[in-house]
Write a protein that binds this ligand. Structure first.
Ligand code: PLP
Length: 356
């Protein structure tokens, strides 16, 4: 078996033991004589898996009573639409921390007024602004807790008088965060938690009560809550992989252990960047750096191209920056092993020695 050092930004690596377990039960899930993708979503077995997945999320996210958990097809992009479709009555504020924030805001404009409460554009999205200009009548503030493309992450959350909705697609369960402080969090699961194609959402009950009812049933969070995420056929394979990943995180020691593991991995890379005398230039300001996506540049685009090519030749996959911004990016989601982080850090040092 050949496995590469995988630093893809999403879809992204899964832990090998999880993949092996999936292979093991692929043709016979829990003694049913069927694969998980062959059975009815109304079956007792699938219903048990769904309930177990919600219980694991409640435990790992340390959710208090009064929160609803739903699973919705369509990934993060569908959530850009749904959050606004449900909660935008008058106007909505968006923290402008980069590309995904723009996509969220622009999707919301279809439903009403959506405006930037701040912007990090002045410094090319190298930081997270910490002031918010909230207009009267604002229904919610949307933030992107980790900016996958620019490699910035929130280390201090907004203190504002309006409900906060978090897009946690690229850092959910990678660290301990008190999710009970937010009106809603959601995340596409394909980075830290499983297969692409679905998002999970955690919505505070009182906030849900404010949702619009004059929109199609399938676009209402209320419907997903009332039908326990099975109004129509849910994304059964995604829910199954999510369940596996949650078990894996729990067995690894939960979010506290993930946080230590992820910090260690990110520190290794930032240490190489900071000690490179400018050979590698970190994109994010140190205080706003992401532990999930380490973004950096070399002296010129040709050198970055060469670095990415040499990395690939040495078995490192996915180190090119996002197509919209270029540069280099190493994604270090939960499943990425400390050995993988050490290997890429060593490769970066060696590349600098040979080319510096
Ligand atoms: C922070 C963030 N939000 C939203 C999305 C969009 O997710 P999806 O591709 O599942 O629609 C992404 C995708 O990478 C992301 O990184």
């Amino acid at each position: 078996m050949k496995r590469v050092w995988n630093f893809n930004a999403g879809p992204s690596p899964m832990p090998l033991p999880v993949l092996e377990e999936i292979r093991e039960e692929w043709t016979d899930f829990r003694g049913t004589g069927m694969s998980i993708i062959e059975m009815s979503h109304r079956s007792a077995e699938f219903q048990a898996l769904l309930a177990e997945t919600k219980a694991l999320l409640t435990e790992l996210l340390e959710l208090k009573d009064g929160q609803e958990i739903v699973f919705i097809q369509g990934g993060g992009t569908m959530q850009f639409l749904m959050e606004a479709c449900n909660f935008l009555h008058t106007c909505a504020a968006y923290a402008d921390t980069g590309v995904w924030a723009h996509k969220a805001r622009d999707a919301a404009k279809f439903f009403g007024e959506a405006y930037d409460a701040n912007t990090a554009k002045d410094k090319n999205y190298t930081y997270i602004p910490d002031t918010y200009d909230i207009r009267p009548g604002t229904d919610y503030l949307h933030i992107t807790t980790n900016n996958t493309i620019y490699g910035t992450e929130y280390w201090k959350f907004p203190e504002v008088d309006v409900p906060v909705i978090c897009d946690m697609s690229s850092d959910i369960l990678s660290r301990r965060v008190d999710c009970n402080q937010f009106a809603m969090i959601w995340a596409g699961i394909q980075k830290n938690l499983g297969a692409a194609g679905m998002a999970l959402a955690v919505i505070r009950k009182e906030f849900l009560e404010t949702a619009r009812t004059d929109v199609p049933e399938f676009l209402q969070y209320r419907t997903f809550v009332a039908k326990d995420s099975a109004y129509n056929t849910p994304a059964v394979f995604c829910i199954y992989t999510l369940n596996k990943m949650l078990h894996w995180i729990k067995n690894m020691g939960g979010t506290a252990a993930m946080e230590i593991r992820n910090k260690k991995k990110a520190d290794l890379l930032y240490h190489v960047i900071d000690g490179s005398g400018g050979f590698y230039r970190g994109h994010a300001e140190p205080a706003h750096r992401s532990r999930m996506n380490v973004t950096f540049n070399l002296a010129a685009p040709e050198q970055e191209k060469d670095f990415i090519t040499r990395a690939k030749e040495n078995g490192f996959v996915g180190v090119g920056g996002h197509r919209l911004v270029g540069g280099c990016r190493v994604s270090l989601y939960n499943a990425v092993t400390p050995e993988a982080a050490e290997a890429i850090a060593d490769f970066m040092k060696e590349y600098m020695r040979a080319n510096g």
